[in-house]
Design a protein around this ligand. Structure first.
Ligand code: HEM
Length: 170
């Protein structure tokens, strides 16, 4: 473990020394298997979010936004059931290294930013969906606030994926 962890070094060492931490480092197939679950979850997360964001940007306007959201958002939620436990399991294996990696911290901040952006969308943009998603309005693009939120969401999630990939190098 890197000594830079400071006051957190004791709990981080305890995590690494736990049975799970040891198993993740020692069992040859465990880490890659868990990482595979992480990636399957990421596929589900990004896939489900991307189709909705593209619709909000103005593509596939024959599909009502509300219907698409009802269909894809449960899959987005389900993806976290794969991503979070697998992410935590990999974290436990090398907790000290990850916590002192700027890329890991940036990734966590970006996930938080993506959550805030989604919350803002639901509070500010979605309440008026009945107006701009009505059949006669659907030939127009969604309002600028919806398009901005979708573009920000796509950019943040791509950045999260890039940070995840870069963890292996920094
Ligand atoms: C929520 C969305 C998330 C996305 C899109 C994401 C994305 C990624 C990606 C693309 C990788 C690289 C996989 C590879 O190179 O094979 C990765 C690895 C990793 N992620 Fe995540 N991740 C997310 C959440 C989390 C969470 C919540 C944690 C928990 C602390 C986490 C911890 C890790 C760890 C520890 C690695 C391993 C890096 C390595 O061994 O090289 N991730 N993530």
């Amino acid at each position: 473990m890197t000594p830079a962890a400071g006051p957190l070094s004791a709990p981080l060492s305890a995590l690494e020394a736990s049975g799970l931490g040891q198993a993740m480092r020692q069992w040859l197939w465990l880490y890659p298997a868990v990482e595979t679950f992480h990636i399957v979850g990421i596929g589900l997360l990004f896939g489900s979010i991307a189709v909705l964001d593209l619709r909000l940007l103005g593509f596939s306007r024959s599909i009502p936004v509300r219907r698409l959201a009802r269909h894809v958002l449960p899959w987005t939620a389900a993806s976290f059931l794969l991503i979070v436990p697998s992410g935590l399991m990999m974290f436990v294996a090398h907790a000290g290294d990850f916590i002192s990696s700027p890329v890991f911290l940036l990734k966590m901040c970006l996930i938080l930013a993506a959550g805030l952006n989604a919350a803002l969308f639901h509070v500010v943009v979605f309440p008026s969906v009945e107006v701009w998603d009505a059949q006669e309005m659907r030939k127009l693009r969604p309002p600028p606030s919806a398009r901005a939120s979708a573009a920000i969401s796509l950019l943040i999630w791509i950045a999260v994926i890039a940070c995840g990939r870069l963890l292996a190098y920094f």
